[in-house]
Design a protein around this ligand. Structure first.
Ligand code: AMP
Ligand code: MG
Length: 488
């Protein structure tokens, strides 16, 4: 079988990867195929079911026109530079041009050891594969730029983690897998011609309009900065904590990548951290914009030497751009928050109105998702659900009457206002305790019903559906703090 793959990365960027074949799996079986995504990619999803899909998405029988490669990259991990990382458990098997004319990478994750595996086994356990499937699909439905899951395959093999776990393989689709760390790899070695080749390739692939801009590398930097500012603003507006914002996990395309230790907040606590290894809260919810900027500084460092001019002058030009990150981020963020509050036109007091709500939410231990979701009802003077999110209602009435007054200024009917708000404030997010339940049943009992039911819920996160109430609820307030692990 062939897929009409192309291989621009492999053909144009010799030296940026190593060819490598997947390791075979025992008795692969297809657990899930993303039919909508397959259609978008121009693949006939009916052909992807059954044994053909299982063999292909496990790596046991790749399409004839595949060219599997492991890409090299470096990265700052928790602020410390590691000069060589690379695809240690993933293989890019080919690129397809989708129905919109966009080039997408298809990658197997968990397909066995590669030249960049270091001490790892190159494999993935079933739990993290299903977790990435669920969370990335939810992110896509929220309209947030993300890599996506095309398929999940289970096997009869085992991987050694804290205990033996069933092995699985995820097929991941992305706009590309070029990361900030891809540039850092060559920059750290002083291989500037390679940095330039990668930058030229990334510009052609992601930002072709700036190719002849006269200052393409600075414009490239600005474009990546815009994408990342928007992405992080989007994460913040759904309470998403990425958890491992190392530079090797930051894409040039602006897609969310690496669903290892990520999770959504229940109660609004800005310092929220889920990852077991993030001891100092470097990647806490509230730090994400700052870390985004820090990571972009690492990209700037890799690009500056591409200029022949006086380096001090070039550095200043990049620093001046980097200094605008906060304003760009804030304006994306405020745009999101305005929409969440049902505000149409811009008005001077909006920032203050948003910040005051967030302060009350923090003080009142309010659930992030349900607070925004239930605010729409206040437009019809039904405050019960909204108020019940807070365990402390000091100043809440002041705030809601202020909001009501403000929302009326835009002159939108109540019905329309509620429609607008419900279209941006999800009712269902992948709640941590529900993910755990679904994964537990799949991994320990080979039962995928909860996984499918949750996938169904997060596939339409804005529409109330009877019988799914439990998916909307946060975990009990006395539950143990949720801890995540770098999913391998
Ligand atoms: P991550 O923390 O998931 O971004 O991974 C950091 C690095 O570790 C990347 O180079 C991965 O390819 C590599 N890695 C993670 N898990 C494994 C594994 N099971 N086997 C080999 N390499 C791995
Ligand atoms: Mg990674």
């Amino acid at each position: 079988m062939s897929i009409s793959f192309s291989h621009t990365f492999a053909n144009e960027l010799d030296g940026f990867y190593k060819a490598c074949s997947p390791e075979k799996c025992t008795s692969p079986r297809l657990l899930q195929v993303n039919a909508a995504l397959a259609d978008e990619l121009g693949l006939d999803h009916k052909l992807l079911h059954g044994e053909v899909g299982a063999s292909m998405f496990s790596g046991n029988a790749l399409p004839d026109d595949s060219n599997p490669i492991a890409q090299v990259y470096a990265g700052h991990q928790f602020g410390m530079f590691t000069p060589q990382l690379g695809d240690g458990r993933a293989l890019l098997i080919g690129e397809v041009v989708d129905r919109n004319g966009d080039r997408r990478d298809i990658q197997l994750k968990g397909s066995g050891r590669t030249p960049y595996s270091r001490g790892g086994d190159g494999k993935s356990a079933l739990g993290p594969v299903l977790r990435e499937y669920l969370v990335s699909e939810a992110m896509h439905q929220f309209g947030i730029a993300t890599t996506r899951a095309l398929a999940a395959v289970g096997t009869e093999d085992w991987v050694a983690r804290e205990a033996l776990k069933p092995r699985a393989v995820l097929t991941r689709v992305s706009a590309s897998h070029i990361r900030v760390g891809s540039f850092e790899f060559f920059a750290a070695r002083g291989e500037w011609a390679q940095v330039k080749r990668l930058a030229d390739y990334a510009i052609d692939r992601h930002f072709p309009h700036i190719r002849d801009s006269g200052d393409a590398y600075l414009d490239f930097f600005k474009s990546v900065m815009q994408k990342q500012a928007k992405l992080i603003a989007d994460w913040m507006s759904v309470g998403f904590v990425h958890g491992v914002m190392n530079t090797d996990n930051m894409t040039i395309s602006g897609e969310t990548i690496d669903y290892g230790p990520c999770a959504f907040m229940d109660r609004y606590v800005p310092s929220t951290v889920f990852s077991s290894i993030d001891e100092h809260g470097r990647y806490a919810y509230e730090n994400q914009p700052k870390i985004g900027q820090w990571n972009l500084a690492q990209l700037a460092k890799a690009l500056i030497p591409l200029y022949q001019e006086d380096q001090e002058v070039v550095i200043q030009r990049f620093v001046d751009e980097l200094d605008t990150f906060n304003d760009i981020y804030e304006s994306f963020w405020l745009e999101n928050m305005r929409a969440k509050l049902g505000l149409i036109n811009e008005s001077e007091g909006d920032l203050d109105l948003v910040n005051e709500l967030l302060r009350l939410m923090h003080q009142g231990d309010a659930d992030f998702t349900l607070t925004f979701r239930s605010l729409a009802n206040v437009r019809l003077n039904d405050e019960i659900q909204f108020k019940s999110q807070f365990n402390n209602s000091i100043n809440l009435d002041d705030w809601s009457s202020r909001w009501l007054k403000r929302v009326l200024v835009d002159g939108v009917s109540a019905d329309q206002c509620i429609l607008n708000m419900n279209a941006v404030n999800p009712l269902y997010i992948p709640r941590n305790h529900k993910i755990e339940e679904a994964l537990d049943a799949a991994v320990n009992d080979n039962d995928f019903e909860l996984f499918r039911s949750m996938l169904n819920v997060v596939s339409e996160p804005y529409f109330f559906r009877p019988g799914f109430d439990k998916y909307a609820e946060p975990s009990l307030s006395n539950a143990e703090p949720y801890v995540t692990f770098c999913g391998t």
